[in-house]
Design a protein around this ligand. Structure first.
Ligand code: GTQ
Length: 347
């Protein structure tokens, strides 16, 4: 029997029914000359969101919600919601007397504290206290619950890599057996043991791709900037930019997410540059504009903005008298580990 006798009808329909597709009709989309993110450059106004966060703090109890968070949804990434292709940002609010129940997930997470005082998160049995400007880590599969014993609302930025973890289909989630964990080590012990950087505990080394530090306090960040003072030349694109590091490796704080803090001097104008990882920024202080693929994102204090992967970005500090301070996080560690990091200056 000849092959022709086995073929009936439209060969394109037939090959689809046989579980195949013609590569020649897909080639250009599957192998684009360069990345074109579905994420768009976007800025979220903290001043506009804050009243709604406080509203939901009033009307929605933490018994009704796993976490009380407004997700910062990129208009190009609404289903499932994400902030950039691989990363998520949200703003969480917790009130005095509340607890957010203990859970763990394979997605890595951190909090960057925006306002309030007196809350803490318990990470694998360690209570980690929060102050504005602090960076708290809850790496993948670490138990964490939040509690607030101070006055007034406490708000922070959540950063997670769940879009990446879910794309890889490696997501696991589990609730703890009780609502909150008991502390089983002294409060803030990890920061106290490790924050000194060049002097690390030698009696029980447990090197890991996740930093052992529960909190990188603002006090230390501010001291680092002061120590550099005006002597550092900094990056022509990112200003005087510091990476939060894992003391075991000297590398990023988590295997998927890297965190940085940058000081843009008064009048700073960065050169335009792009890189394959995407970046989410939070304005700790100051105001300015970041031009992303020609689009002007004007930012002020406490705003959040997203720079998609391979989008050209150019930072400008609008003030001629004051620094701008930008916290940022990116999927650079994941992209780099896979051998896919690229960067270039644009124009
Ligand atoms: O506080 O554990 O914004 O699990 C998203 C998922 C916060 C958290 C988020 C989370 C958390």
């Amino acid at each position: 029997m000849s092959q022709a006798n086995l073929m009936t009808g439209d060969p394109y329909d037939a090959i689809a029914r046989l579980g195949t597709a013609p590569l020649w009709r897909y080639y250009g989309n599957l192998f684009a000359a360069e990345p074109k993110s579905r994420a768009v450059p976007y800025r979220w106004s903290y001043a506009a969101l804050r009243p709604y966060l406080l509203h939901f703090a009033d009307v929605l109890s933490l018994e009704e919600a796993e976490r009380r968070v407004l997700m910062l949804v990129n208009p190009g990434l609404t289903e499932p919601p994400a902030t950039t292709t691989n990363l998520y940002a949200g703003i969480q609010v917790i009130l005095p007397g509340e607890t957010a129940q203990a859970h763990r997930h394979t997605a890595g997470a951190f909090r960057f504290i925006i306002e309030g005082n007196g809350a803490y998160t318990t990470v694998n049995g360690e209570r980690v206290h929060m102050r504005p400007g602090d960076l708290l880590l809850t790496p993948g599969w670490h138990w964490h619950d939040h509690a607030h014993e101070g006055d007034g609302p406490m708000l922070w930025l959540d950063g997670l890599d769940y879009p990446l973890v879910n794309a890889l289909e490696v997501g696991f989630f589990e609730l703890y057996s009780e609502r909150t964990q008991k502390a089983d080590v002294p409060d803030d012990i990890s920061s106290r043991q490790f924050i000194h950087g060049r002097l690390t505990p030698a009696w029980d080394p447990k090197p890991s791709a996740n930093s052992p530090i529960g909190n990188y306090p603002w006090e230390e960040t501010s001291r680092a900037f002061d120590a550099i003072a005006d002597d550092a030349s900094g990056s022509d694109a990112d200003g005087v930019v510091l990476e939060y590091t894992n003391p075991w490796t000297g590398g990023p704080v988590m295997p998927t997410i890297g965190c940085r803090i940058a000081r843009l001097r008064p009048g700073f104008r960065g050169v335009s540059r792009r890189q394959t990882p995407s970046t989410i920024y939070h304005v700790v202080r100051g105001e300015g504009v970041t031009i992303v693929d020609g689009q002007r994102l004007e930012w002020g204090e406490k705003d959040v903005f997203a720079v998609p992967g391979w989008a050209a970005y150019e930072h400008r500090n609008a003030s001629l008298s004051d620094d701008a301070i930008l916290f940022s996080y990116s999927d650079t560690p994941a992209v780099t580990a896979l051998g896919l990091y690229r960067e270039e200056y644009v124009r």
